[in-house]
Design a protein around this ligand. Structure first.
Ligand code: F3S
Length: 374
């Protein structure tokens, strides 16, 4: 990979150890994937935040890093709500370790906004290059916002943030963004159907780039759910809604294909995977209006969105439900082993494996009904 003189200087250590280590990561990635050069990025989003997932080894790795990020950078969800951790049953040892991780990132100049929906805080501009880690955010950035990012690991996203550049390969290049398979639906979808569709289609297309032909025009929140489901079940990082062009493969999805046999009991209902938008909080509040929950109902969102929807949040909480920020049902230890009901294809995929939680899925309305029934 070609490096400019300035990039060579960084790699040789002339600009400090922190930048040198970051450049080593980017140079190695560029060589592995055949990148021609480094390209500037607009922002970074960094995974590897929850103490549940990175543990003491991750904390030690972060403690060794020096330097500062040079582009706006945010974090993926951590393992708890930083203020309501006791309500989640988090112990003080976990709390201390988690906050030590957050402080390490802050010392590197990373904003401690812990969310998988960073685009509600600062949406990337169309056509700009990013270095984002969270798979659902990568899908949304590539497919809905028309920015360009590979799915980065936490260390490579942080390295890109320190240098302000990323290797030019994969989804940064036009030739790797061409749709490969047409997915046709001849029936209308509503709400959580999109998350289920993502979960099902992800398994079918496995990393290929699908283009969807829908009967009805999905809302952005529905596209978020679709992309999150496909990213989780099939590592799909980009999809299209423009179906003009020729396809060698066509996949026809029937209503029966997205009817998951998903029934069973739930100790808790957990919504907000990916983190809820303001519109999704309003929808949840509408279903809950005038009722009281009979079993725990947790709603995950970013602190940024919760603060801007404070009235909606307090109306949700009047019903006994809890709106939690900074974290989610998958990366927090609070939901380990819990029988969960979710409205998300991604949480449905990861609940059993990453939380050892028998997980069932339904629409947002069905989830609220479950929470309000004895
Ligand atoms: Fe976000 Fe957690 Fe789901 S990070 S996409 S809410 S698994």
């Amino acid at each position: 990979m070609y490096l400019t003189r300035e990039e060579e200087r960084i790699l040789s250590g002339e600009c400090g150890l922190g930048k040198q280590k970051a450049m080593e990561i980017l140079a190695a990635l560029g060589e592995i994937y055949g990148a021609d050069k480094l390209i500037p990025i607009e922002s970074a989003q960094i995974a590897g935040v929850s103490y549940k997932t990175i543990g003491d080894a991750g904390l030690e790795y972060l403690a060794d890093l020096t330097g500062k990020v040079v582009v706006p950078a945010m974090l993926n969800p951590m393992g708890m709500d930083r203020f309501r951790w006791k309500e989640l049953g988090i112990d003080s040892t976990f709390f201390e370790k988690q906050m030590a991780i957050i402080r390490r990132y802050e010392m590197l100049g990373v904003e401690a906004q812990c969310t998988c929906t960073p685009y509600y805080i600062r949406a990337p501009r169309k056509g700009t290059h990013l270095s984002w880690s969270e798979s659902s955010a990568v899908s949304y950035a590539n497919s809905v916002l028309k920015a360009r990012t590979n799915r980065e690991g936490g260390p490579s996203a942080l390295a890109a943030a320190m240098i302000g550049k990323t290797p030019n390969y994969g989804f940064h290049l036009d030739e790797n963004r061409i749709p490969e398979i047409l997915v046709k639906l001849q029936f209308q979808l509503v709400g959580a159907d999109y998350g289920t569709l993502g979960y099902v289609v992800g398994r079918m297309v496995r990393s290929k780039i699908p283009a969807f032909s829908f009967v009805n025009q999905p809302r952005d929140d529905e596209l978020k759910a679709l992309g999150a489901g496909m990213a989780a079940s099939g590592s799909v990082a980009l999809f299209h809604l423009d179906t003009t062009g020729k396809y060698e493969e066509t996949l026809e999805v029937q209503p029966a294909d997205i009817r998951l046999h998903s029934t069973g009991e739930a100790d808790a209902v957990v919504l907000g995977c990916p983190h809820c938008s303001r519109a999704e909080l309003i929808e949840i509040e509408r279903f809950l209006h005038g009722r009281k929950v009979q079993r725990p109902l947790w709603v995950c969102t970013s602190r940024f969105v919760a603060q801007r929807a404070a009235k909606t949040v307090s109306r949700i909480e009047e019903t006994g439900a809890r709106v939690i920020c900074d974290t989610c049902m998958i990366v927090s230890p609070a939901f380990e082993g819990c029988h969960m009901m979710v409205n998300s294809g991604k949480a449905f995929e990861y609940g059993p494996s990453l939380c050892r939680s028998p997980t069932i899925m339904g629409s947002t309305e069905a989830c609220v009904e479950k929470a309000c029934s004895a």
